[in-house]
Design a protein around this ligand. Structure first.
Ligand code: ZN
Length: 490
């Protein structure tokens, strides 16, 4: 049994492998409350064995798993669903199987001694071949932190989890390839994103949020784990045909001062409410176009220091170049809303695009974006300006542009901050500018992808869940009504 990490496609992957036998067993456990993975115990097994390793398992909503959960020979924790995005993972007699049946009665007949049966989203490998569900989760095509469980032909069980948002992560299709390359003949995706967690000896080993989860897979054994600390070479090292877009949302939601003066209706708007939405929209559209890899350097709601933002960007840039890509294919975009003196006195207003210096590609990028951003709006242009003093322009290794889309202390512009058409326009024009800079001609495609992205945002329950999780994580429940209103406003 061993635990090791491996860098695969610019992502740190944590892998734990063990051979189940009489002394070493695989268990699935979790109760009706969310807990950190390291705190989930299996009392019965712990009488005779030690918990060696664990990974998170089911998707969940509130205090309930999403998808069927049947554990410990007879306990139905949650009902099974017919939704085609689920497959059932069965553990019976030391063998992991994946079955598309969702009828629990049939499953019980087929696997009479199953110690657990669990519906998970995103089948990966079946019978040694990549096999994905016909219906996808909304986030299947996005690069996310991921957790997976699999089994090799010799019976070895594989636990897999990636680091959190500082790494590129995997789409479901990429994850399937990784599990196959690790030797799995059977593999299925578990809950990912902020939930991705692996523990060894009850301590979290991957870097992520350490979010509370509903249940997990655990290895219990009397044996000791051998830790392989050194990172082995990348198994998948291939240059990308895409460009890399690094997105920065400027500030945390509650960063002091970053808000409008009190509007006539007695509300204030925080700068990050605009920034975050625009960054999310740029990300969705860029990913859907298939022409960009995207990394948000500060997906958290709280205030991420500028140094962390640029360190994350520079690490992504180094990984990109190490994988054989061109550094000139990377751009960093920082989304902001300006302020002059914090009062609505009519002295401020307009769009400005800031770059490190007014020459070469740096200037060209700034102009390309600025010219597009000016197109739909009636705001005045304050021009493309050199600001070599700004941290995110000075400390980033790649081409960078910081756009101030308007002024929080100009009333007409402050009112635009939560206007969805304006947000969509800012995002669309920024991406169009970047495409013009790279000389990628796909404007019609942008429109199509754009509409698809907007539709996905307004309809998708997962987008909802993502947003609400983000808020609840930071105890920002007071914004929930506003958020719901914004989502419903589509
Ligand atoms: Zn700002």
């Amino acid at each position: 049994m061993k635990y090791y990490t491996k860098r695969i496609d610019s992502t740190d992957c944590h892998i734990f492998e063990f051979m189940p036998d009489l002394d070493t067993i695989l268990a699935c456990t979790g109760e009706s409350t969310l807990q950190k993975l390291e705190n989930i115990n299996h009392d019965w097994h712990e009488k005779t064995k030690k918990q060696i390793a664990g990974i998170n398992a089911s998707y969940f909503w509130g205090n309930n798993p999403v998808g069927g959960v049947y554990v410990d020979s007879g306990y139905l924790r949650n009902n099974f669903s017919n939704d085609k995005k689920w497959s059932t993972l069965i553990y019976d007699g030391g063998v992991l199987s994946i079955d598309d049946t969702s009828d629990i009665a049939k499953l019980k007949l087929k696997y009479p001694r199953a110690s657990f049966m669990l519906q998970l989203g995103g089948k990966l490998v079946v019978d040694g071949k990549i096999s994905l569900n016909s219906v996808k989760f909304d986030h299947s095509d996005y690069r996310n932190p991921r957790t997976a469980i699999g089994q090799k032909l010799d019976g070895t069980i594989v636990f897999f989890a990636t680091d959190g948002r500082t790494d590129r992560g995997f789409t479901i299709a990429e994850l399937a390839k990784v599990m196959l390359e690790l030797g799995c003949a059977t593999a299925i995706n578990c809950d990912g994103g902020g939930s991705s967690t692996m523990t060894i000896n009850k301590k979290m080993v991957n870097t992520n949020e350490n979010r509370k989860v509903i249940n997990g897979f655990f290895c219990y054994s009397a044996k000791e784990v051998e830790e392989v600390k050194k990172k082995s070479d990348e198994v998948i090292k291939k240059p990308s045909k895409k460009k890399l877009l690094l997105l920065d949302d400027g500030h945390g939601t509650d960063t002091s001062g970053k808000r409008t003066p009190k509007l006539p209706n007695n509300t204030i708007i925080k700068e990050n409410e605009f920034n975050r939405r625009v960054v999310d929209l740029i990300e969705d559209t860029a990913l859907k176009s298939g022409l960009f890899e995207v990394i948000q350097v500060a997906p958290e709601l709280n205030d991420v220091p500028l140094e962390t933002r640029t360190n994350r960007a520079n690490k992504a840039y180094d990984d990109w170049v190490k994988s054989g890509n061109k550094g000139s294919d990377v751009v960093y975009i920082s989304v902001h809303f300006n302020a002059l003196n914090g009062v609505f006195d009519g002295k401020s207003g307009g769009v400005e695009s800031l770059v490190y210096e007014l020459r070469g590609d740096t200037l060209r990028l700034g102009q390309a974006i600025h010219n597009e951003v000016l197109k739909g709006t009636r705001q005045i242009s304050r021009g493309v300006k050199a600001r070599s003093d700004l941290w995110v322009l000075r400390r980033t290794k790649m081409l960078a542009c910081l756009v101030e889309y308007g002024f929080m202390d100009k009333l007409e512009e402050a009112r635009l901050m939560l206007n969805k058409e304006f947000q969509e326009e800012c995002a669309r024009e920024t991406l169009t500018g970047i495409c013009k800079f790279f000389d990628i001609k796909f404007e019609n495609l942008i429109e199509d992808n754009w509409k698809a992205a907007i539709r996905a945002r307004s309809d998708s329950a997962d987008a909802w869940i993502k947003k609400i999780e983000r808020l609840s994580q930071d105890q920002e429940w007071k914004y929930l009504p506003l958020l719901i209103e914004k989502l419903y406003a589509k």
